[in-house]
Ligand binder design. Structure first.
Ligand code: BES
Ligand code: ZN
Ligand code: ZN
Length: 469
């Protein structure tokens, strides 16, 4: 930022003393309604006033008002601001400091551009003033949240990256580099390794493209005393054309974002390791492209998988569950995972059902589900549990193979999840379908920008034991 202007930022609840004591002219210019903003320049140094409305806010709205402040400062090229948070935190609860910080750090994000000349999009910085926390508590919370938000922004960059700039190989090597100085072991399996390992479902999808597939395993042992880990598996399809069941031109928008599940898992692990959280996580990210070539798989094919189970291909566009199946079996068969969570931009059906703000969730274990919802409660993200029954299992039974990769009787989101569950053995399983929430155009909330959202990272961070305050 060239000009290093400074400003003060204050939040106002409409019923609060501070707002009530404003002059009637000021109240006329600044309504105090939720997300209203007004720059007062009458005192020399600019003061940004942000309205909170009159009702207590939930986490998402607190993130939004803070993000609004960040966006205002960025638009006015204000480099440093002092932010007074007592009013908002007494109004909404002290624990919401996290949301204020998250909003501030995410509000300034803009999707990367690939122009010859680089634009200056450096983000504003903030000093927090509060009598509710000690200086030490504030600086620790700032540090931890900035780590979490840096992971979210990195994931957004990856998901926004065009497919030709983030091939499976570039993705895998980048991740290797990213974790070099952290306490995370990175194993990159190349196509040759995958052939030896008989990762046939991942290889089948990967063989549709010239760029070969990869499988990346990340191991974080932050709690030496514990033997078991939580297993995380994220879909890393760097581009999904649908293969021979080709997508329509309209539905090709966003096909580069089909690795958002993988990016979320990587982001959560990065934040956990950097904040030195006492927990163990093993993650698997299968990476590949789904394209048309003479090596592509076809409808009607019967393929094999790492588990040995055979799969009838009913649709080549249902590729995500194939590569996730292999990664899930790899973790449950070879690693000590107490729980397995898979996350993917998996079905168009979940977008129809829940739109762009609610993630689909399927789970076969009550305790795991409760733990997850507690984490989602901290992050403020929205998820809805979708049920499944025996009749749904029948929909993916095949006449010629152990399982079929599509259902011909609907229930697209449930059957996609159940397909993956068949590869998880007896390990408690939780499935997240973020096809709707990973990508937004236009942005729904102030802390988002159009394009990738960084969905699920903060929830996964809390689920694995991460804390901010
Ligand atoms: N990656 C897509 C799902 C998707 C759709 C993500 C819309 C983001 C936005 C997935 O691989 C896919 O194509 N699924 C098919 C499955 C169907 C053929 C059974 C779908 O949902 O249409
Ligand atoms: Zn697909
Ligand atoms: Zn896909």
């Amino acid at each position: 930022m060239k000009e290093k202007n400074a400003a003060e930022i204050h939040f106002y609840t409409q019923k609060g003393e501070a707002y009530q004591s404003l002059s009637s002219l000021q109240k006329h210019l600044f309504t105090g309604e939720l997300l209203s903003a007004y720059w007062d320049i009458s005192k020399g140094e600019p003061v940004l006033m942000i309205g909170l409305g009159e009702e207590a806010l939930e986490a998402i709205q607190i993130k939004e008002v803070a993000a609004k402040a960040a966006k205002e400062c960025q638009a006015k090229k204000i480099g440093n601001s002092v932010l007074f948070v007592d009013e908002i935190l007494t109004f909404c609860g002290k624990e919401h400091l996290i949301d204020v910080l998250e909003g501030l750090y995410l509000g300034g994000y803009q999707e990367p551009k690939f122009t010859k000349e680089k634009e200056d999009i450096s983000e504003p910085s903030f000093e927090i003033k509060s009598t509710l926390f000690t200086e030490e508590e504030l600086s620790l919370a700032k540090e931890k949240t900035s780590v979490l938000c840096a992971s979210i922004k990195k994931a957004r960059d990856r998901v926004n990256a065009p497919a030709n700039r983030l091939t499976p190989e570039i993705f895998a090597r980048e991740v290797q580099e990213e974790f070099k100085n952290l306490n995370v072991e990175v194993t990159v399996f190349t196509k040759e390794d995958l052939i030896k390992m008989q990762m046939d479902a991942l290889l089948t999808v990967g063989d549709s493209a010239q760029n070969p597939p990869f499988l990346v395993i990340l191991t974080y042992k932050g709690d030496e005393a514990k033997e078991e880990s939580i297993g995380l598996v994220g879909k890393g399809v760097t581009v999904d054309t649908g293969g021979y069941c080709l997508k329509t031109p309209g539905s090709m928008k966003g096909i580069r974002g089909d690795m958002a599940g993988g990016a979320a898992v990587i982001g959560a692990l990065h934040a956990l390791a950097k904040n030195k959280v006492k927990t163990n996580v093993i993650a698997a990210i299968p990476m590949c492209e789904n394209r048309i070539s003479s090596g592509s798989f076809l409808t009607g094919d019967v393929i094999s998988s790492y588990s040995g189970k055979t799969i009838e291909i009913g649709n080549t566009d249902a590729e995500g569950r194939l590569i996730l199946a292999d990664a899930v079996s790899y973790l449950t068969e070879n690693k000590k995972v107490s729980q397995i969570l898979d996350i993917a931009t998996l079905t168009g059906a979940v977008v129809n059902l829940l739109g762009f703000t609610i993630g689909g969730l399927i789970c076969d274990n009550e305790q795991f589900y409760q733990e997850f919802m507690e984490a989602a409660n901290k992050s403020g993200e929205r998820y809805l549990r979708i049920p499944f029954y025996k009749e749904h299992e029948k929909m993916i039974d095949s006449q010629v193979a152990d399982v079929k990769n599509i259902s011909e009787q609907g229930c697209g989101t449930i059957t996609a999840g159940l397909f993956i569950r068949r590869f998880a053995g007896k390990t408690p399983w939780l499935h997240l379908d973020i096809a709707g929430t990973a990508w937004t155009d236009p942005a729904v909330f102030e802390f988002q920008a159009k394009g990738a959202t960084g969905a699920a990272i903060s929830t996964l961070y809390y689920l694995a034991g991460g804390e901010i305050i």
